[in-house]
Ligand binder design. Structure first.
Ligand code: BES
Ligand code: MN
Ligand code: ZN
Length: 465
C-alpha cells in the first residue's frame, strides 16, 4: 500500500486530531450549545444550517480551528463525509462520537473513496485530509472495498496508449499473483487455433494483438462463479468509425473487465467459498486494411454465424466467444459486465447499471444487495419478442438490430444466445464512469456495481475467513 493510495487517508488515532462532529439540521442547535459560548455565535454568523453536504470549521477564541461540524442526513450516508478529504485543510480529524459499526464502516469507506486521485500523470496538489479510523468500523472490509474500487478506477482512467490488451493482461496477471491464482492467456493468431474466432475478428486490425485472459482461483470443489468482463481497450468503432465526441471516452471501454477484476480482488481477499474464474476478452476495436468489415460473417466459437451489421457493436462479439467458454463448464453462476450500449445510458443515465437476468430471484437478490451497499442497479427485461430484431437474411444472427428500439435489450438478447437457459446468468450494461464529480465519486472511471456484487457474493457463497 503506497502513501498515494486512498486508504492512506485513514490513520491510527493521533494526538492533536481535530474533532469532527456529525450534525443534522435537527440536532445542530443542541450540539452547538454544548461547545461553549462562542460556537453558537459562529454558527449563527456563518449562517450554517447543516444542509446535507455542507461542513463548517469552528475556530476557538484565538482563531485556531477547534473542530469541524459536518452535516449528515443526505440521501446516502456512505457519502456523508466523502467530500471532506478534499474539502478540509490538510491534517488529521477524528469523529468525536461513536456510532454503530454499520455507519462507522460507511463513513470510513466514503472517506477513502473521497480521497482517491488518479496520480499517474500528475501528482496531487495536496494530500487528502486524514480520518482516524472510526472505532467500530470494519477495517478489513473498508480496506478491501476501497482498494478494489480504486484499482478499477486506475485501470479505467489509464489512457488506452498505456492500457492496451497486453497491459490489461498484465493487470490480470498481477491480480492472480497477489492471490496465488492461475492465469493463462491466448494471444493473437493463436485465438484462431483455440477457436476464439470472434475475439480474433474484432481485434485483428490493431497492432496490439487481441487475447483472452483466463484467471482461476479457489477450491476446485467449491461452487463455480465465472465473471466475464468486456475488455475493449479502445473502441474507435472500427470501420463504422465513431464521431469525435462518441470516441472521446472510449478508453473506458474496458470498464467491465476492470470492475470484475476489482470484484475478483475483493472476493479473493475475503477468501469467499467459491471457485472463481475471470475471463477477459480484450482487444482494440481499430481501423486498418485488415479490419473486420460491415457485411462480413464470422462463425463464432459456439458455431452460430454472425453477420456484422455494424463494426461498432464489437462488445457483444468478443463477449459471445467468452460466454460460450464460460458456459461450457456449467458454472453455478455467470456474471458479465460490459460498457455495451449507448442505449443503456440513454435509458437509465450514467449512474445506474442495467441488469438483465432470466431468473427473477437472482435479479431481486442483486438489486437488494445494491440498495444496501449504496450501489444501485436497475433491471430491464430480456424481452424475447425483440429477438426478431436481430435476424440476418444470410446468417444465424446479426450483431445489430434493424431499428433503433431497445438497444440495451437487443444487445442483451444477442448475448443470451450464447448462454444456455438453464445456466444462471446475469448481464450488466454499465457506463463505468462518473460523468461529473460528486463527494466520493470523482469524475472518471468508476466500478459501478462492485459493492453490490460483492455483497451479493458474500450472501451467496459465504465468507470462508
Ligand atoms: N462501447 C460502446 C457503447 C458505449 C457508448 C458505452 C458510449 C458507453 C458510452 C459499444 O461498443 C457501441 O459502440 N455500441 C453501439 C452499438 C450499436 C452500433 C448497435 C452503440 O451503443 O451505439
Ligand atoms: Mn463499439
Ligand atoms: Zn465498445
Amino acid at each position: 500500500m503506497t502513501d498515494e493510495s486512498a486508504l492512506a487517508a485513514l490513520v491510527e488515532s493521533e494526538a492533536g486530531a481535530l474533532p469532527l462532529t456529525v450534525v443534522t439540521r435537527e440536532s445542530l442547535a443542541a450540539k452547538v450549545a454544548t461547545l461553549g459560548p462562542a460556537a453558537p455565535r459562529w454558527v449563527e454568523a456563518t449562517r450554517f444550517t447543516a444542509e446535507p453536504g455542507t461542513h463548517l470549521l469552528v475556530p476557538d477564541a484565538d482563531g485556531k480551528p477547534l473542530r469541524v461540524l459536518v452535516a449528515a442526513g443526505g440521501p446516502d450516508p456512505i457519502w456523508d463525509l466523502a467530500a471532506l478529504p478534499e474539502a478540509l485543510p490538510e491534517g488529521t480529524y477524528a469523529l468525536d462520537a461513536a456510532s454503530d459499526g454499520e455507519r462507522a464502516t460507511r463513513h470510513a469507506l466514503g472517506w477513502a473513496l473521497g480521497a482517491y486521485a488518479f496520480t499517474r500523470y500528475r501528482a496531487r496538489k495536496r494530500p487528502p485530509a486524514r480520518l482516524v479510523w472510526p472505532l467500530q468500523a470494519d477495517r478489513k472490509l473498508v480496506a478491501r472495498l476501497a482498494c478494489a474500487q480504486c484499482r478499477a478506477r486506475d485501470l479505467i482512467n489509464t489512457p488506452a496508449e498505456a492500457m492496451g490488451p497486453a497491459e490489461l493482461q498484465q493487470a490480470v496477471e498481477a491480480l492472480a499473483a497477489e492471490y496465488g491464482a492461475r492465469c493463462t492467456a491466448i494471444v493473437g493468431d493463436d485465438l484462431l487455433a483455440a477457436n476464439y474466432p470472434t475475439i480474433h475478428a474484432v481485434g485483428r486490425a490493431s497492432t496490439r494483438p487481441p487475447r483472452i485472459v483466463d484467471l482461476t482461483w479457489g477450491d476446485a470443489g467449491a461452487p463455480r462463479l465465472t465473471l466475464v468482463g468486456k475488455g475493449v481497450c479502445f473502441d474507435s468503432g472500427g470501420l463504422d468509425l465513431k464521431t469525435a465526441s462518441g470516441m472521446r471516452l472510449m478508453k473506458k471501454d474496458m470498464g467491465g473487465a476492470a470492475t470484475l477484476l476489482a470484484l475478483g480482488d475483493a472476493i479473493m481477499d475475503a477468501g469467499l467459498g467459491v471457485r472463481l474464474r475471470i475471463l477477459v476478452p480484450t482487444v482494440d476495436n481499430a481501423v486498418s486494411g485488415g479490419a473486420l468489415r460491415p457485411g462480413d460473417i464470422v462463425r463464432t466459437r459456439q458455431g452460430l454465424t454472425v453477420e456484422i451489421g455494424n463494426t461498432d457493436a464489437e462488445g457483444r462479439l468478443i463477449l459471445c466467444d467468452a460466454l460460450t467458454e464460460a458456459a461450457s463448464e456449467r458454472p453455478d453462476l455467470i456474471v458479465d459486465i460490459a460498457t455495451l450500449t449507448g442505449a443503456a445510458r440513454a435509458a437509465l443515465g450514467p449512474d445506474l447499471p442495467v441488469l438483465f437476468a432470466r431468473d427473477d430471484g437472482l435479479a431481486a437478490k442483486l438489486l437488494a444487495a445494491g440498495t444496501c451497499a449504496s450501489d444501485p442497479l436497475w433491471r430491464l427485461p430480456l424481452w424475447q419478442p425483440y429477438r426478431d430484431m436481430l435476424k440476418s437474411p444470410i446468417a444465424d444472427i446479426s450483431n445489430v438490430s434493424e431499428g433503433s428500439f431497445a438497444g440495451a435489450v437487443t444487445a442483451a438478447l444477442f448475448l443470451a444466445d450464447f448462454v444456455a437457459p438453464e445456466i444462471p446468468w446475469m448481464h450488466l450494461d454499465s457506463y463505468a464512469w462518473n460523468a461529473k464529480s460528486r463527494p466520493g465519486r470523482p469524475e472518471g472511471g468508476e466500478a459501478l456495481a462492485l459493492r453490490a456484487l460483492y455483497a451479493f457474493a458474500v450472501e451467496r457463497y459465504g465468507a470462508k475467513r
